[in-house]
Design a protein around this ligand. Structure first.
Ligand SMILES: [Zn+2]
Length: 311
């Protein structure tokens, strides 16, 4: 085939135009996925922190939540993509006390992102002594000794967390200081109303003692007048031994236990069978993490938990 010089030029021009068009389309597509560089990005580990941060930060701040809905904070690993994404963040808020070390450790090694533990002003609790006989067992990825990290599960502590987040945002983004201050005031009022509602509801509870999958509930129990009689798992994610099972059996026969509470992030089929089929307890749901409807805000998470315990 003979191609005339004019036709040759036409083909070249067409190819160049097509390549340019493809380039522009790629560029536009990429821009719509990436965050605009001007938008402030902050990061959090678990859903309750992300939701509280969104309430304080408002719509103009992009909030990363590292732990996916339904995953356990006691056994999670960051993906390489998450480690890349977090480089855009000005700060990472963590619970600390080993709960979200999977995030804090990896991010400290791989990035320069500053980390803020949100426990300021919060009275931390130690795990109770009755669990101490598990000390020294092999494979102890232990949370049952030392500080109990589940402190976000009372409204007053949620309030303290909100205050810490507001103060940090004011430091890293002083231009919008007043926005964060007024968001904190509004959220504080909402939390105070919810706390009254929860205290009232908790007073109507038929039972105070309960059993849950893992030892996450001492802050909530103390604040709202309940008692975690026992946890099914001696350590989060670990099945009980035969002597643990015998101890649980004895406890259920001697105490007035309201129900066994399964937990979405630490779901245990073995525990459900044991308490429901063998011991005749009713099985309900408690959730320490949330992020799944109807526990789709921190406040709704707290409401659902107190409602489940009070029924
Ligand atoms: Zn936990």
């Amino acid at each position: 085939m003979i191609v005339s010089p004019q036709k040759y030029l036409f083909i070249i021009t067409t190819v160049v135009v097509l390549l340019l068009a493809a380039g522009i389309i790629t560029l536009v597509a990429r821009q719509s996925v990436e965050q605009p560089p001007s938008r402030l990005t902050i990061a959090t580990t678990i859903f309750p922190l992300a939701d509280i941060a969104r309430n304080i930060a408002g719509e103009d701040v992009y909030v990363i939540q590292l732990l996916p809905p339904g995953a356990s904070p006691h056994s999670y690993n960051l993906s390489p993509q998450q480690l890349t994404d977090i480089n855009n963040a000005k700060v990472l808020f963590v619970i600390g006390h080993k709960l979200d070390a999977w995030a804090a450790d990896a991010i400290t090694r791989a990035t320069e992102v500053p980390i803020v533990t949100v426990d300021e002003g919060i009275k931390l609790r130690e795990f109770e002594a009755e669990d101490e006989h598990h000390e020294g067992e092999e494979g102890d990825e232990h949370e049952e000794t030392g500080t109990d990290p589940h402190y976000w599960l009372t409204i007053p502590n949620g309030q303290q967390i909100a205050t810490t987040i507001a103060q940090t945002l004011q430091e890293i983004d002083p231009i919008n200081s007043e926005v964060y201050a007024s968001n904190l005031i509004a959220y504080t009022e909402e939390l105070a109303t919810v706390e009254k509602e929860l205290q009232l509801q908790a007073r109507s509870a038929k039972h105070t003692e309960f059993i849950a999958v893992h030892n996450a509930w001492s802050y909530l129990a103390q604040q709202y007048g309940f008692e975690l009689a026992a946890a099914y798992e001696p350590v989060a994610g670990k099945e009980p031994s035969i002597s643990d099972i015998q101890r649980l059996q004895k406890l259920v026969s001697e105490h007035n236990i309201g129900a066994f509470y399964n937990e979405p992030a630490e779901h245990s089929i073995g525990a459900t069978r044991f308490f429901q089929d063998n011991l005749g307890l009713s099985v309900k749901t408690l959730d320490d993490i949330g992020g799944i409807p109807p526990r789709d805000t921190y406040i709704n998470l707290m409401r659902e938990n107190i409602r489940a315990l009070s029924e």
